[in-house]
Design a protein around this ligand. Sequence first.
Ligand SMILES: NC(=O)C1=CN([C@@H]2O[C@H](COP(=O)(O)OP(=O)(O)OC[C@H]3O[C@@H](n4cnc5c(N)ncnc54)[C@H](OP(=O)(O)O)[C@@H]3O)[C@@H](O)[C@H]2O)C=CC1
Ligand SMILES: O=C(O)C1=N[C@H](C(=O)O)C[C@H](O)C1
Length: 254
Amino acid sequence: MAEIKVAVIGASGRMGSEAVRAVEAAEGLRLVGAYGSGDELGDLAGADVAVELTVPAASPGNVAHCVERGIHVVVGTTGWDEPRIAALRGQLDAAPPSSSGTGVGVLIAPNFAIGALLMMSFAAKAAPYFESVEVIELHHPNKVDAPSGTAARTAGLIGAARDHAGLPPVPDATTHDPDGARGAQLGGIRVHSVRLRGLVAHQEVLFGNAGEQLTIRHDSFERASFMPGVIAAVRAVADHPGLTVGLEKYLGLD
Ligand SMILES: NC(=O)C1=CN([C@@H]2O[C@H](COP(=O)(O)OP(=O)(O)OC[C@H]3O[C@@H](n4cnc5c(N)ncnc54)[C@H](OP(=O)(O)O)[C@@H]3O)[C@@H](O)[C@H]2O)C=CC1
Ligand SMILES: O=C(O)C1=N[C@H](C(=O)O)C[C@H](O)C1
């Protein structure tokens, strides 16, 4: 198999620096470029695949830059809401082919950890069977976005599964909540964000019925937990032209 040339955008960040090390250690991958916020991306040093791990404000511009140049992109940065995704789909439809002649592939992966992918899959499977559900995500206090991309994705999957099953809205008698104590509401699902020194990335999905509760919890204790997913995505992205949301689609875990 031909060597894959990889560039990391956001290379000095917490995730980016870990991704640089993972790419350097991975067989069949060669790191050709590492970019920070002050760097000109240019042709990304001839990379076949860019790994994008920056901030929500910069990510769409970086991804557009890669797509325009026919470079496949693995995006771990969060903040990809529906309008951003729709704009990217439009750009991909009109994009030039990649250097290998296929359509450009872009993966938006809200979470690369295998356990987190399974947590989301289990949550979607459980969703039709419970009257109540809420999501609690817990992260390190340096995280700039809330709710987490994982929580937004989980809420989306649960909401879709409930709608498909014809479930009514989650019961909630709250009529007075001047300080927003009930958290954010994403597609009808309550999401609560905790920021706490000492944490990395954690999430609980709480399901309730009369007399019973199911809790699905995932913990990333180290950013190393994301790296097998990053490397698997780099290896697979060229084989998936167009836009894919969720690494589970590459791994058959959906
Ligand atoms: N999908 C997943 O599994 C995971 C996703 N994430 C997401 O990844 C993203 C990064 O997280 P994290 O590493 O913790 O954040 P950091 O703040 O540690 O790193 C962000 C990096 O992005 C760089 N940056 C900012 N703007 C640009 C730009 N325009 N071009 C290039 N680089 C830029 C910053 O560089 P500088 O310091 O020079 O400003 C910084 O090094 C977040 O959105 C986070 O939610 C995090 C963990 C797992
Ligand atoms: O910022 C983080 O740290 C993380 N971000 C992603 C998210 O917002 O879901 C993935 C993981 O939770 C870590």
